[in-house]
Write a protein that binds this ligand. Structure first.
Ligand code: AQP
Length: 323
């Protein structure tokens, strides 16, 4: 039986937080059993942010370790580094020719990430990001893309790109659909109206490899509100309890909230304990993964996808008359 193709990537820009995990990575791990899965490290996408080139390699290795520590198994899925496959960039140039630039200026992520600067201080890579993402996806005929809610618009753009290209040059690409987890948007601990994001600052996030003492401290500082369980801070903490704690404990806090007697100190203590337990396997797994192991996983992944992309690019080039 031919399995449906799934593809997704994460940018190596620092440590992964529970938003990245519950929005995306946890889903990757579940999906590898039933689908033909490709998970890549989106290093080219990570160049749009300011970064220190001396740190980039380590960020890549670190993210690959996160993939394995979370449970991705190279025997069940293909893990590779985006820049090892230059055809992603090549395809993105070709796809750029079928996308009106207005579609790119409309992207919420572009607007949010460029709103605090004049356009002459915004790099073109940020604008072009969704086209490279479309190339990543369309290259593999991926049908479903496991992402957090914030990436919905980019997956929709990949659908548009596929349609524009197919209409102009003949059926070549599948139109992909986003695939969400039950928790596609985890909110910041300090600004619960915003998604948890490392660019907001370390205290806004729980990182997957945070040590127990750090988790306790961050949860103790999480914003709360008046005890009726309806404010965003409370909603966020209750949502995290629903994810990390036993259903019985979850119910207990929901009842407290309903009766307007939510005790935040208890809630936070419980949440910190359950988070620490939940993440302990990940922390321990990650410590055991070696750089050598990662080198092999990425080299094997590169070898596997090279055949696929060579065939796809040959088709694309034929369609547009350059092969
Ligand atoms: N808060 C979130 N809740 C649910 N899903 C999330 N994702 C990110 N934040 C949340 C999902 O994680 C995957 C990897 O996304 P990325 O590589 O683009 O990372 P990011 O979204 O840029 O993560 P940050 O922390 O927000 O990075 P900065 O602050 O550097 O921009 C994607 O599937 C994304 O939807």
């Amino acid at each position: 039986m031919i399995k449906e193709i799934i593809l997704s990537g994460i940018r190596p820009t620092g440590r992964l937080h529970i938003g990245n995990y519950f929005g995306a990575l946890k889903n990757f791990v579940n999906l590898q059993k039933d689908y033909q899965c490709f998970f890549f490290i989106a290093d080219l996408h990570s160049l749009n942010e300011s970064f220190d080139p001396k740190e980039k390699h380590q960020q890549i290795v670190n993210l690959a370790k996160d993939y394995l520590a979370a449970g991705l198994d190279p025997k069940k899925c293909t893990i590779f580094l985006q820049s090892d496959i230059p055809q992603h960039a090549e395809l993105s140039v070709i796809l750029g020719s079928v996308v009106p630039v207005a579609y790119l200026f409309r992207m919420t992520q572009f607007k949010e990430k460029s709103s605090d600067r004049a356009l002459d201080k915004v790099n073109a890579g940020l604008l072009y990001y969704p086209i490279l993402m479309a190339a990543d996806i369309l290259m593999y005929d991926a049908a479903k893309i496991p992402v957090g809610l914030d990436q919905t618009q980019h997956v929709e753009l990949a659908r548009d790109v596929a349609r524009f290209f197919n209409n102009k040059y003949g059926q070549t690409f599948i139109e992909p659909k986003p695939l969400y987890t039950d928790n596609p948007k985890i909110m910041s601990l300090l600004e619960p109206a915003k998604k948890m994001s490392k660019s907001l600052g370390d205290n806004h996030c729980i990182y997957l490899d945070d040590e127990p003492e750090v988790i306790k401290k961050k949860i103790s500082k999480a914003v709360t509100d008046t005890g009726d369980g309806k404010g965003l801070g409370a909603k966020n903490l209750l949502n995290l309890i629903a994810i990390f704690s036993e259903p019985k404990i979850n119910q207990q806090f929901l009842t407290q909230a309903k009766n307007k007697e939510l005790k935040y100190s208890e809630l936070k203590e419980q949440l910190a304990t359950d988070l620490i337990n939940y993440l302990s396997d990940f922390r321990e797994n990650k410590k055991k993964i070696t750089n050598q192991q990662i080198k092999k996983v990425l080299a094997d992944g590169q070898k596997k996808v090279e055949k696929i992309v060579t065939a796809k690019m040959a088709t694309v080039k034929k369609r547009i008359g350059i092969a």
